[in-house]
Design a binder for this molecule. Structure first.
Ligand code: E4P
Length: 217
């Protein structure tokens, strides 16, 4: 499963990229607003930091303007993925981007039928929002299973990019459900490395090793 960083904060991104385990980046208008920076500048900087897919979201709601915005975003770098909302206009724009050979990430997906439409429109990635469904009392992870089944039934190439993941359990369950990629808030990515038994076990190993008086180097 590819792991993407869900952030527009380039300082934090630099720290995460040092692990060598981040395959791409996703942003959205909220994350751009939080960064306090111009979208074109920040996406350009991120594309220079990471060779993988970098999602940059359009802000228009009509297809014609979405297409203009997407074409401008795609000109920033060859690894830009145009992120569009899952609306009728968003999917019209997705079809056009697909015809132009541009990558797309269809976002704000909350149902298997929406995901089916996005795949038919030629989306490169579909972003089902797990956490926001859970917030409503629905089973967000079931959506990942459902989309996996639908895409496998019909051999769609659209990749499932599990989004709105809030914790380690979400990441593990998305991987078990067969999501192709997961986008993670920085803290969720950091939490993936941690387990209390790892810390406890290492403490014991280090103390026992010290008692041997040995040195490997
Ligand atoms: C990523 O593409 C999404 O914008 C993001 O995962 C949404 O996460 P949130 O529901 O925690 O805001």
């Amino acid at each position: 499963m590819l792991l993407f960083a869900d952030t527009a904060d380039t300082k934090i991104l630099a720290e995460l990229l040092e692990t060598g385990l981040i395959d791409g980046v996703t942003t959205n208008p909220t994350l751009i607003a939080k960064s306090g920076r111009n979208i074109l500048e920040v996406i350009k900087e991120i594309c220079g930091m990471c060779d993988g897919p970098i999602s940059a979201e359009v802000a228009a709601t009509d297809a014609a303007t979405m297409i203009k915005e997407g074409e401008k975003l795609a000109k920033i770098a060859s690894n830009v993925v145009i992120k569009v909302p899952l609306t009728i206009d968003g999917l019209k724009a997705t079809k056009e981007f697909s015809a132009q050979g541009l990558m797309t990430n269809v976002t704000l997906c909350f149902s298997a039928t929406q995901a089916l439409l996005a795949a038919k429109a030629g989306a490169t990635y579909i972003s089902p929002f797990v956490g926001r469904l859970d917030d409503q009392g629905a089973d967000g992870m079931q959506l990942i299973h459902d989309i996996r089944a639908v895409y496998d039934n019909y051999d769609f190439d659209t990749e499932i990019l599990a989004a709105s993941l809030r914790n380690n359990t979400h990441v593990a369950q998305a991987a078990i459900a067969g999501a192709d990629c997961a986008t993670l808030p920085p803290q969720t990515f950091r939490d993936m490395f941690k387990h209390p038994l790892t810390d406890k076990g290492l403490e014991t190993f280090l103390s026992d090793w010290k008692s041997t008086g040995q040195s490997i180097l």
